[in-house]
Design a protein around this ligand. Sequence first.
Ligand SMILES: NC(=O)c1ccc[n+]([C@@H]2O[C@H](COP(=O)([O-])OP(=O)(O)OC[C@H]3O[C@@H](n4cnc5c(N)ncnc54)[C@H](O)[C@@H]3O)[C@@H](O)[C@H]2O)c1
Length: 355
Amino acid sequence: MKSENLLVTGGCGFIGSNFIRCMLADAGFQGRIINLDSLTYAGNPENLQGLAEEYADRYVFEKADICDASAIQEIFSRYRVDSVCHFAAESHVDRSIKRPETFIQTNIAGTFNLLEAARGTASQGSTFHLFHHISTDEVYGSLGPEGCFTEETPYRPNSPYSASKASSDHLVRAYHETYGLPTTISNCSNNYGPYQFPEKLIPLVILNALEGKALPVYGDGKNVRDWLYVTDHCEAIVEIMRRGTRGETYNIGGHAEMENISIVGMICDLLDEIAPAKAPRRNLITFVKDRPGHDRRYAIDFTKLNRELGWTPKESFATGLRKTVLWYIENRGWSERIRSGAYQNWIQENYGKRS
Ligand SMILES: NC(=O)c1ccc[n+]([C@@H]2O[C@H](COP(=O)([O-])OP(=O)(O)OC[C@H]3O[C@@H](n4cnc5c(N)ncnc54)[C@H](O)[C@@H]3O)[C@@H](O)[C@H]2O)c1
């Protein structure tokens, strides 16, 4: 990576924090990372604990909101930002159904502010290498039992979350076509792994199962997602940023289509093996009313990424899930601080009021 000052937005979230760890450990990147995050409920500085000391010259945290255009401009010029990897987003579909406004603000207007700052930098003659935008396979809508999403699949988003992500993808594309901004976009399938906020399926089920609580499964549990271990996603992003064609989109997937109910069953069996309880944890499975507009099936064709950049996932779903379950068992303190609210107070004391 040519970048000397890489701005990572949303670096205190699940994928962003894994990405920052990945980049700082990568011998091919010698630049500085500026982690810009407004610390919403999903942002957790503890995910990056120790990095500011270990990489004193190469890692800095800035608490800022991507919806604040002047703060973004100021950070671009103060740090001489020459590349962006943009993760910051409202990311939970259920929340987007209850309160779509913040999704429109952060995911669309926030992306616009970042693009404007990048365009300003590039047009003032400063070096600007790349704006990489992280997106989702949900922009493509729902599949029937056959076929996969390719980069040519028309966008048909079905939730306020996926519609806001689709809008931001279009903005990024337009800034490349209209202003010649060097951009890349990646549309990835469902991620899982360490540091995922425990409102998402896999960490929620692991933690509830460990605590003997009900394991909620939407509808008939037969919705299918393609699952990717988070470090595989991070490695794909690094490859795209390094060698991906500017102006292009790349799909990223795990080749691991799974029904929700199968995942919940696998987690129960793994926990019964690793940390046996009095009764099989499958007894805790509870079917709940389906979410409105719940897409039935997603599956990703990542042939383009494999053909052009040679990327393929390293983890199978079985190996990745075992690693994930072990991580949540070994890091109970992390999730307990989130779930008990103790962590919220700590954030307020150290970083001021949450966004
Ligand atoms: N998790 C997945 O399975 C998945 C799959 C495909 C794509 N994605 C995309 O990857 C990106 C990261 O997802 P994640 O799961 O890590 O999300 P996350 O919810 O764990 O983290 C989002 C981060 O963005 C920050 N943030 C939110 N609003 C902000 C704002 N206005 N200004 C600055 N920071 C803000 C939050 O504080 C948090 O640290 C998102 O763009 C998401 O759409 C996620």
